[in-house]
Design a protein around this ligand. Sequence first.
Ligand SMILES: [Fe+2]
Ligand SMILES: [Fe+2]
Length: 279
Amino acid sequence: MNQAVLTVLVDNQAGFGCVAEHGFALWIERGEQHILLDTGQGIALAENARTLGIDLGKTDALVLSHGHYDHTGAVPLVLGTAPHVRVYCHPCVTEPRFSIRDGAVRDIRMPHLSMHALGILPLARMHWSGEPVRLGEGMGLSGFIPRRTDFEDTGGPFYLDPLGQRPDTLPDDQALWIATEAGLVVCVGCCHAGLINTLLHLREITGEHRIRAVLGGLHLGGASCARLEKTVQALREMKPGLLVPCHCTGEGAISYLRDHLDCPVHTGYGGFRLDTAEL
Ligand SMILES: [Fe+2]
Ligand SMILES: [Fe+2]
């Protein structure tokens, strides 16, 4: 089974000479395959890739976890740099999107330049799908994640219109999984579908019940105590081997997870590396 090396390329926190940015991007090398999960907002990706010696021109597949600006801003850069890249995303990834907090409306959709870049990519290289997809032997995408738990939501005041009349359920939110001999390594962008919903779905579609590691944004910053308690309760049953919360997880939530789980919880940052051979 091919091992993978994961490198956080963009995150709210940075190490190893990287720059920080509110956003997320993860570089995955597995055998001959090079996959980029999300791109951050647009500034940090190229700079951090240079710092870390990563050649974005080798990107075989660009996966968009969902359509928020802080995950899709460097799409034009990646498509312009990697000549043969294929793109995987849900058809709703270009929907108009707004965050409305205390009456303040923010447009948080994918930037227009990124939408344009996707729009002019040859159709054969665009994989618009809400279904589970294989990216190769022992690796794939969740597709749409069914909402099964009664305690998880999208994690924010998200709407499809600036008046706040149509809630955005983020149907485009998807996770990437890698099978290892010790179980699944799960990579998420913001996890708007909810961490437990995501893990339940991946266990079902892969048939693998062991969760070796979870890495990415968990969007638990505004989570209620009840949600955190139930998340921990479910995780204790699933027994993940390692959590690497990044980006939008929230410091309070990371502390809570660290205090209440038996597994290691390492906060992620730009430059963080995980070699699945060492798990
Ligand atoms: Fe995000
Ligand atoms: Fe998001």
